[in-house]
Design a protein around this ligand. Sequence first.
Ligand code: GRG
Length: 306
Amino acid sequence: MVQADKKLTEPKKFDLNNYLKQKKVLVEQALDSSIAIARPEKIYEAMRYSLLAGGKRLRPILCLATCELTGGTIEMAMPTACALEMIHTMSLIHDDLPSMDNDDFRRGKPTNHKVYGDDIAILAGDGLLAYAFEYVATQTQNVKAENIIKVVACLGHTVGAAGLVGGQVLDLESEGKPDITAETLSFIHTHKTGALLNASVVSGAILADAQKADINRLSNYAQNIGLAFQIIDDILDITATDEQLGKTAGKDLEAQKATYPSLWGLEKSRFKAQELVDSAIAELSTYGAKAEPLRAVAKYIVTRDR
Ligand code: GRG
């Protein structure tokens, strides 16, 4: 009897797997209807090939979760959530090109340039990038115009030289230099990986018209999970299989890239990632049960195996 009472009064544990699964279905449906095939068919097919190839959809899910946490709705955030995935996908297409990381597999499928050729892969990336901005500007509803403009500015800042592009340039320059400093490594990853995760969280809050203090707190959360995400990415490149990752594992070692495990070793890297996730979760202390999705996503980032 006591046992049964306890079960009734205990708060229900948040089911992250179910949450991620449900949100992923919503995002996949929205992405599928975001781009129709038109003339010239080849470019639309190439854009859809990579955009609909799967992936964890972490960036759109973070945007939706943050918008809901700060009082907005899924509908308000979905166009931006799709745009974040378009930007992420275009960065993967360009990153995989022979002139960059030269990868043959991504998300368990041949990379875009392997299927369509380098020329179309570059253009598919460009097409997705341009469409991401058009999509936010034309499809966002029930959000103040000034907040839509803020999101567009945030995305522009995030993809450009102050964000992904800058991080990628320093990453390319650091190849074959396994002795780069922790400071340079941190610069690369806060720009290459952290910036888009930060924009995912911040844009969700902007769309919900959140207060500045909330946006700052949530941005701190995002910066912490961003770095943790990259540390785990570096660890998985060593410990996971090609099948788990959907791409060739062990590429960092082959390219003589400095990584967190090469600087700190595997054990310290795992410890640091956990510390960052704890700090991220601490930023959510004022939100109570409403922030369970963001807490669970933070925990997932260090426990994921792909
Ligand atoms: C943005 C204009 C513009 C150009 C791109 C190529 C480039 C400049 C930047 C590289 C960015 C990049 C590929 C960063 C790596 C980020 C990363 C850790 C990707 C893996 O993300 P997951 O694990 O992948 O979320 P899935 O497939 O699950 O979505």
